[in-house]
Structures are given as structure tokens and as C-alpha cells.
Unconditional design. Structure first.
Length: 149
């Protein structure tokens, strides 16, 4: 294998180049200017999108979070939905071994006026007492005060 001279290699390369690039590289420079301009426009667009996104996200962050009070029907103003007989109205989450109630979690539905949210069963899989809507218990004087007789 013989070593080719630099001039021979360059002459071969010049014959394979397209005619547009043999004019001293003028078109290549113009293309790189267009590329640089499009990169700059794209960078400005990305910056604008980031500023817009950050500005829009900061306006939607709630300043104060609170649980709706019982006097309000709902946060959205829609009427409350009534719990069906099969759906729980709440859960009392307890500590597994001591069964001390840690907190009470209400469902989004409410019991009817003639019913109360009363403990119905114990769900061992979630460590919680399940509460369902049941008829209000009748309160009698014997339930309130034991008789002395």
C-alpha cells in the first residue's frame, strides 16, 4: 500500500463535494448563520415558556388549606350526596395492638336526617372501625338515668 500525498487526497475530495460547497464556503457560512438564528429563537421561546409556566403555577397555589366546616354544604357549592346503605360514612383508624383510635376519617357523603353515622363493624385489613348510616337510636329516660329499683 503506497502512501498518497495530501494533494492527491484533497483533489479526490474536491471532486466528490457538491458544486454548492466549492464556491469558497459562502453558502456554508450563510447556512450556519440561519442555524444560529434558529437556535437563538428557540432559546428565547424556551425561556418564555419557562417564565410563563412558573408564573402560572404560582398563581394557582392555595395560600390556605382548610377542611370544610359542617355548616358549609361542600367546598364547590354542590349539594351533599347521601350515603347509600352499603357505603361507609366514616372510618375510625386505630393503632393495631392497643386499638386506640388515632383519627376519624369522614366519607364525602352524609347520612340522612333520620340516620346517624354509627359503628357497624371492624375492618382488620385497614385497622379501622367502619361506620355506616343507621337509624338514630331511640333515647329513653332509662337509657339516660338508671332506675334505683
Amino acid at each position: 500500500m503506497s502512501a498518497e500525498s495530501f494533494e492527491t487526497i484533497m483533489a479526490r475530495n474536491n471532486t466528490t463535494l457538491p458544486a454548492a460547497q466549492t464556491d469558497g464556503g459562502k453558502n456554508v457560512k450563510r447556512g450556519s448563520k440561519r442555524c444560529g438564528l434558529s437556535v437563538a429563537v428557540f432559546a428565547v421561546y424556551v425561556c418564555f415558556c419557562l417564565v410563563y409556566t412558573v408564573g402560572a403555577a404560582s398563581t394557582h397555589v392555595p395560600q390556605k388549606r382548610e377542611i370544610a366546616s359542617p355548616a358549609e354544604p361542600t367546598i364547590t357549592g354542590m349539594p351533599l350526596k347521601m350515603c347509600s346503605p352499603n357505603s361507609p360514612c366514616g372510618w375510625a383508624i386505630y393503632v393495631p395492638f392497643s386499638r386506640r383510635i388515632d383519627y376519624f376519617m369522614k366519607n364525602t357523603c352524609e347520612c340522612k336526617n333520620t340516620q346517624s353515622c354509627l359503628k357497624s363493624d371492624d375492618d382488620l385489613s385497614i385497622n379501622a372501625y367502619v361506620y355506616r348510616c343507621k337509624p338514630k337510636p331511640a333515647v329513653t329516660t332509662t337509657d339516660v338515668m338508671p332506675s334505683d329499683a
